[in-house]
Design a protein around this ligand. Structure first.
Ligand code: BTN
Length: 252
């Protein structure tokens, strides 16, 4: 069970808790198709059995240990070609929250994984519904590793593994919602320059040459930022290259 966050304006004011479900993103989509849900509606579970990650990946989370939830946003003020700015704002909201809790730098591994010391703490899955040129609704799913102490996948960690103590999930949810709301309000106000600059400065691997691979090759590249469509901009020996999500792998 989760309480309505006391200090937010709209996020979580309508909160739907289900003890278990396949995926909060799927449930949010289903529910929003049956009924017009208020912006900020938050759907949360303690046991997500078929959590979805970036296309083709699963999101695994031990029962009752972590935060797995989805928020419904209605960024109707945005043009569809600007939709990556929403991803940026959400990532920055999670980053701000995490840095405040962990007191250490958190990086955004493009497009929107949150990393501390090369370890993934949080994943975000944004699913947009578009009508004409308008972004009608966006379901933002967040999986935050909180109290779980072991992971079967490589390079994952939880807040507890980093700080050595347990966290109260309700308290964290509230603080995270406040931070998300602050960045979403900036987006609403059209503060795109600030959002873009903060996102760029947070990019994991920015300005550091490293090895990547695409579907045909390994190559060295240096991340320089993202373009206005959210593609990763990279300096390579062949000049600047731009990658869409799933076209690129980071080689460690
Ligand atoms: C990723 O890093 O691949 C994205 C992971 C997103 C996981 C969250 S957990 C809550 C929401 N419901 C889902 O099915 N997925 C997202």
């Amino acid at each position: 069970m989760y309480k309505i966050p006391a200090k937010t304006i709209f996020i979580g004011k309508n909160i739907v808790f289900v003890p278990e479900c396949h995926s909060t993103n799927s449930l949010a989509l289903e529910m929003s198709q049956n009924k017009d849900l208020d912006e900020g509606t938050l759907i949360i579970t303690d046991h997500q059995k078929q959590g979805r990650g970036q296309p083709g990946n699963l999101w695994l989370s031990a029962q009752g240990m972590n935060l797995t939830f989805s928020i419904i946003f209605k960024p109707v003020f945005m043009a569809i070609q600007d939709q990556f700015y929403l991803n940026m704002s959400i990532s920055l909201g999670v980053k701000g929250f995490l840095e405040n809790k962990l007191k250490r730098p958190v990086y955004i591994k493009w497009p929107n994984d949150l990393l501390v010391d090369d370890l993934k703490l949080c994943g975000i899955l944004t699913e947009n519904q578009i009508q004409g040129t308008t972004l009608l609704q966006s379901i933002v799913g967040i999986g935050l590793n909180v109290n779980q102490q072991d992971y079967t996948i490589q390079r994952a960690a939880s807040m507890r593994m980093l700080l050595g103590h347990e966290f109260d999930l309700q308290e964290l949810l509230e603080e995270l919602c406040i931070s998300l709301e602050q960045w979403y309000q900036l987006l609403r106000l059209g503060e795109i320059t600030e959002i873009k600059a903060a996102y760029r400065a947070s990019l994991y691997g920015l300005d550091k040459p490293r090895i990547f691979s695409d579907k045909s090759d390994h190559f060295e590249g240096t991340i320089k930022g993202v373009d206005r469509y959210g593609r990763l901009a990279m300096a390579t020996s062949m000049g600047m290259r731009y990658f869409s999500n799933r076209e690129l792998r980071y080689e460690y």
